[in-house]
Ligand binder design. Structure first.
Ligand code: GLN
Length: 475
């Protein structure tokens, strides 16, 4: 798959010198999507994509095409798209047609990318395997009996199987990096506030970010270049200037201080993943990077802190699905209370209900101090851990996931063990930091292994530089 693939820049020059057309490319991708049995898409936007592709071809002819001209992009079904069904993986939004475009959708289209469809996902972004979708599980392209990771599993599977060149996902606690690792592609969670979330359906608002998937690191930089920046429609989007993400991407890693947290290499980590990550670290040292053992002592509290905060916020965010204004409404309703109860009972899946209950509980008057406030204090300590670590290093490197892709069905009845698969990905979001996962090889069962690079806020350019070195030198 990957071997024969070309970076977007290569494709762009083929488009510009007339070797291919945007329409041809879009058609090829749509055909592949229709043949695929991964269940990666909830909605395929074939007509809309072909119309856009023809427009892009005209613009290429006239020399007015945007920076992502002809890039075939899949978009997680958590992003609103004007006049397009937007389900968020839920039955409660099964008939919801969004009345506006998410900011990132507008930016993609303005840059002349071709959006080919809406991808499958865990309901409202809650899950680590894409088995919590009301539209069926997604299969991992490397082994159809295994999960692709989640919650953006459809986007990750689509890029890994070359059903799209790149894709958008969302990352609250790992939903881009974890599926990227398990599907063998690159996945970036940018700094909180780097990309506007206008039109991204909310799960946990203090953690949610737009995330990017690509086969190649440079494609990810191309995407971020277009999507990063302040937006008047999202007051949490940041005014920090957007750098040129390609400027230093080839600069290498000599002299770079690499923090290696001892807490990331303990029990529960597959030995094949430990070995692969250590090999890369050794190669980096050989190249002139300085390995710096560091401590992130709050790592052990990451999962508990994350699941208390995200459920609290989810219980509040999901109160809007009341069957009054939009979305699924149960039938045979006698009164208002029954309408709320039956619609939410039938419209939400088990995991969403579990989180609404847990979140309501931790926010309740009697338990607020014991759980919610405690979690907020832990969150501050986690932030301080990173702050201290970044005094001694430029980036932090470790595994993205404790295991490679597990079997479909293996963890569905054991939420705790499912939650534990996020152990390495939840702390960066709690601290608002950016992190990228890129593939570094396969285990004995030929399943992809990911490495995670974390930096201080707004240093995505540094993440790309390190990731690009690892990708191109292939240690
Ligand atoms: N797996 C995590 C969860 O279930 C992360 C989800 C996400 O990042 N959207 O909450």
């Amino acid at each position: 798959m990957a071997e024969s693939r070309q970076t977007y820049q290569q494709i762009q020059s083929r488009l510009n010198n007339g070797e291919t057309t945007s329409e041809k490319l879009a058609l090829q991708y749509i055909e592949k999507i229709n043949k695929s049995d991964l269940n990666a898409f909830i909605t395929v936007l074939d007509e809309r994509a072909l119309d856009k592709a023809r427009e892009v071809d005209r613009k290429i002819q006239s020399g007015s095409a945007g920076p992502l001209a002809g890039m075939v992009v899949a978009v997680k079904d958590i992003f609103s798209m004007n006049k397009v069904r937007t389900t968020c993986g839920s039955k409660i939004l099964s008939s919801y047609i969004a009345p506006y475009d998410a900011h990132v959708v507008s930016l993609l289209e303005k840059a002349d990318a071709v959006i080919v469809g809406k991808t499958n996902m865990d309901e409202f972004g809650m899950g680590s395997s894409t088995e919590n979708s009301a539209y069926g599980s997604v299969k991992n392209p490397h082994d159809p009996d295994r999960i692709p990771g989640g919650s953006s599993g459809g986007s990750a599977a689509a890029v890994a199987a070359d059903l799209a060149m790149t894709a958008l996902g969302s990352d609250t606690g790992g939903s881009v990096r974890q599926p990227a690792a398990l599907c063998g592609i690159a996945g970036l969670r940018p700094t909180y506030g780097r990309i506007s979330r206008y039109g991204l359906i909310a799960f946990a608002s203090s953690l949610d970010t737009v995330g990017l998937f690509s086969q190649f690191v440079s494609d990810c930089a191309d995407l971020l270049q277009v999507l990063a920046g302040e937006d008047g429609n999202d007051s949490t989007s940041s005014p920090v200037a957007v750098p040129d993400y390609h400027e230093n991407i080839e600069q290498g890693i000599k002299g770079l201080r690499v923090g290696v947290p001892e807490e990331y290499f303990r029990g529960g980590l597959d030995s094949s993943i430990r070995e692969s990550v250590q090999n890369v670290l050794q190669a980096m040292e050989k190249e002139g990077a300085v390995l710096q053992p560091i401590k992130l002592p709050m790592t052990d509290y990451g999962i508990a802190t994350y699941y208390l905060i995200c459920t609290a916020e989810a219980s509040s965010n999901l109160a809007r699905y009341d069957a009054v204004k939009y979305g699924f409404r149960a039938s045979d309703i006698q009164d208002l209370d029954q309408m709320y109860l039956d619609s939410r009972h039938d419209g939400f899946g088990d995991e969403v209900k579990r989180r609404i209950m847990l979140g309501t509980y931790v926010l309740s008057a009697g338990y607020y101090d014991a759980y919610y406030i405690k979690a907020q204090k832990c969150r501050t300590l986690i932030q301080q851990d990173f702050k201290k670590a970044f005094e001694d290093c430029d980036v932090i490197i470790g595994p993205t996931t404790p295991t490679t892709a597990f079997k479909l069905g293996e963890k569905v009845d054991d939420p705790m063990s499912m939650y534990l698969s996020d152990i390495y990905t939840v702390t960066a979001p709690l601290a608002g930091l950016p992190a990228i996962s890129i593939p570094i090889g396969k285990d004995d069962s030929n399943l992809p292994i990911g490495i995670q690079i974390t930096s201080d806020a707004f240093q995505e350019d540094l993440l790309f530089r390190v990731a690009n070195w690892i990708e191109t030198s292939n240690p």
